[in-house]
Design a protein around this ligand. Structure first.
Ligand code: NAP
Length: 241
């Protein structure tokens, strides 16, 4: 279950191995997704029941939830379906970002809390939470927003904004220039982790800007969590023995 760079890396490694037949699943949110190698299916399963049926119909032996750390629903569905069918399941989650000296992070539990907090911190907001969830900020009429996403967000947007469509990775110099050009005084991001989109954090640190950091949703209780593709690959190979 993919939609992340790690999921593509895992498909890449597994595709060359005899005895492994991998199917990658994407939700179909992004118009022009980066596709993993090998077999790919696209679209929702239809909740836990649909996922369970799909797993049985496709003779799946093991499930890797390599979805984004903020894709909480599909992770919970994977846990429920795998438990029902007694299939081995691992959640691949890249480590969270950790603050470094000089960082001014304000951690918040969710996007609603971020929207409450951001208005108190600045007037020109760089909103880098992706396409989904921008609606949480739609009611903020005073601050101006620079909204960056791969595809345009659906639904209501804050009235004062500029939309910047771009896909990472981003370089620190470019991020610093963007912050300066748009006179940004606060950044909002989800704690996605990884090195593809962390340049904005370095740029914010250099500029002394506060960062509203939205915490990840919790994984299901008892989840088997692995932090690297290599770890999951070892686990898959030993599960297959
Ligand atoms: P979500 O809220 O956890 O899932 C909502 C619904 O989308 C699920 O109930 C499921 O529909 C479907 N779905 C999600 N991931 C799927 C997958 N890999 N394969 C098939 N169906 C999937 O997920 P989300 O936050 O909308 O994220 C959607 C996808 O985008 C994920 O695969 C994730 O890896 C990727 N992504 C998300 C973010 C983010 O910030 N949320 C960022 C980058 C990439 P059914 O109930 O019908 O099965």
């Amino acid at each position: 279950m993919g939609g992340t760079r790690e999921a593509r890396e895992l498909a890449d490694i597994a595709s060359g191995e005899q005895g492994f037949d991998i199917v990658s699943s994407l939700a179909g949110r992004v118009r022009n997704p980066l596709l993993p190698v090998g077999t790919v299916r696209v679209g929702g399963f239809g909740g836990v029941d649909g996922l369970r049926e799909w797993l049985v119909a496709n003779g799946i032996d093991a499930v890797v939830d390599a979805t984004h750390p903020f894709a909480g629903i599909i992770s919970a569905n994977a846990a429920a379906a795998a438990a029902d069918l007694r299939l081995p399941l691992a959640h691949l989650r890249r480590p969270s970002w950790t603050a470094q000296p000089g960082d001014r992070w304000i951690r918040v539990p969710d996007l609603a809390a971020a929207a409450k907090t951001v208005g108190e911190l600045g007037n020109r907001v760089f909103l880098t939470i992706g396409r989904q969830g921008v609606g949480a900020f739609a009611g903020l009429t005073r601050p101006w927003f620079l909204i960056r996403a791969i595809d345009p967000p659906d639904g209501a947007l804050p009235p004062r904004h500029e939309l910047l469509l771009a896909r990472g990775p981003f370089a620190v110099d470019d991020e610093s220039r963007l912050l300066a050009d748009r006179h940004i005084d606060v950044l909002v991001t989800k704690d996605s982790g990884g090195d593809q989109t962390d340049a904005k954090l370095t740029a914010a640190r250099s500029a002394g800007l506060p960062v509203v950091m939205v915490d990840r949703p919790p994984l299901p209780e008892g989840a088997v969590v692995m932090e690297s593709v290599a770890q999951v690959w070892d686990w898959l190979r030993s599960a297959a023995e």
